[in-house]
Design a protein around this ligand. Sequence first.
Ligand SMILES: [Zn+2]
Length: 392
Amino acid sequence: MDNLYSQKEAHRCKSNLDLRVYTSNLIGKNSELVLHGGGNTSLKSTIDGEDILYVKGSGWNLADIKAEGFAPVRMQSLLDMLEEDDISDTEMVRRQREALLSSDAPNPSVEAILHALIPYKFVDHTHADAIVTISNSINGDEYIVKLFPNFLIVDYVMPGFDLAKEVYKLTKNLNWDEIDGIILHHHGIFTFSDDAKTSYDKMIEAVSKAEAFLDENAVVEIQHKYVHSDCDIARVVKTISEYKGHEVHIAINQTPLAAFYASQENLREFASRGVLTPEHIIRTKRVPLIMEDTDLIGGLERYIAVYKEYFNKYTTGKEVMLNPAPNYMIIKNLAVVSFGRTREEAKIIYDIVEHTMLAVLRADKLGGYESISEKDSFEMEYWELEQAKLKQ
Ligand SMILES: [Zn+2]
């Protein structure tokens, strides 16, 4: 992975916040690090003797975030929450908002407490493809430990307060100077430093290491031996719109990767193994609709029945079921088709699935792809905060 840091550009930055914006944009521009609003970064500073965390505001993308996209939060209020046994994520968000220096700042990232806990000025968090590909393989735990002996490695925990609390417990007696970063299984990676460039460099170094490992151990040859089938796209749009209850826009992926993916044997099992990083589920749902014949209505009815079973199995009774129709479908031997309320939303799903397909194929070369459990997926899909994010 290329390190895009330019001393010349960095010299133009007049403050640490400018530098924070600069390296956040570098991270955001690389789709192999973060996609569409994924990941977050922060800066610790002092204003009138008070410690302040500038953390990515929700609704901003790292690719084009500006200074005003960073929410200034009182550090002490964030750290105080760590002393509590359990608070809901809604309560956490409310208190984070209360601790803002300015009322027109955006909502601080749901990972703000975790950023506050890490005792370095600059903290970078991504969902790097190469890291989550390895982590989402059957022997991912072993590979990650071997590749990253100096990282703190954290088993999967739901993002938000629970994750911050878990890292707090794990690091109580830790000498932070002895670790290079944190890897969150099935989720992503954190690097940090008092220097913007060093934190960014550590991110690129770690991800490059993971990429080199994959280049050596998980080579995927995209083959073109599949037989093209046919599909009436106008009918798909009309039918899916009816099931969704609103007009859908579609994005069709027929790249060699998508066509190869769509031509795998046992396609249903193959392509229904879950998301690359938890927050993708809000966009894609856990699994796509698989079309192995032309019976679209039959396929949709089956998909919806299975989705309702999944909902009924895990709901606590408090959740309201989302629209059970799929957010993307794979047409055997042909293409991957994403559905969105807008063209942009369809493209976001297209991008997420594009990155997921390569990761699944590569993880299979490492012994098999394995995402978070169905139960953890449900908790993420029905996370009150994520639902709020989509409504914005
Ligand atoms: Zn994350």
